[in-house]
Ligand binder design. Structure first.
Ligand code: FES
Ligand code: FES
Length: 140
């Protein structure tokens, strides 16, 4: 059915009350930090993850200096990655976030920022752990 495009109330809620806004200590050995910028508009997003021994993301937070769609995308991203293994979180596509938030095409890059930030945060903690323990097998 060609239903009128209605935003689910939970999605609207991500615009009005973004979840998980905040910061973790980036020097914490269990914290990964992703800082990415959108060349198109200059907006910047910082997304952080807290990862346990098993490579599961147990917590996540963000700070976004950008548009409402970027803030809502980060909010959804932090909700989605919590409780996921890092490798599962890497599979999240910006198009899924955009669909979830019903973003118009011109705002697709805002959700791309969230996908990039997840990837950057995971790369950061993997590099950190590798550096802390170069001899250990990297967990996949
Ligand atoms: Fe919050 Fe779906 S509405 S993640
Ligand atoms: Fe650039 Fe949304 S992040 S307009």
């Amino acid at each position: 059915a060609s239903a009128a495009r209605a935003y689910h109330k939970n999605v609207v809620d991500h615009y009005n009350k973004p979840r998980n806004v905040g910061s973790f200590d980036k020097n914490d050995t269990n914290v990964g930090t992703g800082l990415v910028g959108a060349p198109a508009c200059g907006d910047v997003m910082k997304l952080q993850i807290r990862v346990n021994e098993n490579g599961e993301i147990i917590d996540s937070c963000f700070k976004t200096f950008g548009c409402g769609s970027a803030i809502a995308s980060s909010s959804v991203a932090t909700e989605w990655i919590k409780g996921k293994a890092m490798d599962e979180a890497l599979k999240i596509k910006n198009t899924e976030i955009a669909k979830h938030l019903v973003l118009p095409p011109v705002k697709l890059h805002c959700s791309m920022l969230a996908e990039d930030a997840i990837k950057a945060a995971i790369a950061d903690i993997k590099a950190k752990r590798q550096k802390a323990n170069p001899a250990a097998d990297t967990q996949e």
